[in-house]
Design a protein. Sequence first.
Length: 188
Amino acid sequence: MKAKKLSLVSSLVITLAAALVVLSLYFPWWQMIFFAPQYPEGLNIIVHPNKLEGEIDIVNSLNHYIGMDNFSEENFPELAYLSYLVIGLAALTLLTAILRKKAVLYGLIGLFVIGGSLGVWDLTRALRKFGTNLSPTAPIKVDPFVPPLLGHNTVANFVTESVLGYGAYFLIAAFLLLLIPLWKDRTR
């Protein structure tokens, strides 16, 4: 017996997920905000899927005192190709909506999980590298540390807050939308 296709409503939900994936490209995915008495308004490092923004030069000049490498797009080579991977993911999501097959949807959900996990691992690895590979000749000595992926920490007189950007929320929403057809069409 031939397997039934996902419903038209499920296909529309998956299409909306594809749109959210594309929309995520136009918003920051992650951000670090550095607060200190001399910077009460905070200094930002804002990570988009294809670039870094914020007061990066100021943050780098301050990080120099503790011997941390500079934050730069050169130190994050994935920014050169991440947008293309996201566009590919959006195209696969749209193809899944057109094909309306559960097996394809399962594969797409797997790609979201693998891609999200690799993204979290990659950012965690980079943060660990930045915080633990401090120059021994730095003017100010601090113990190695790992900046948080989410949440806050304190180094010297700086409190760092790490938060998700709107782009990350769009990706999470897209993933959650992909789960709706699994529940909605569970008897199909």
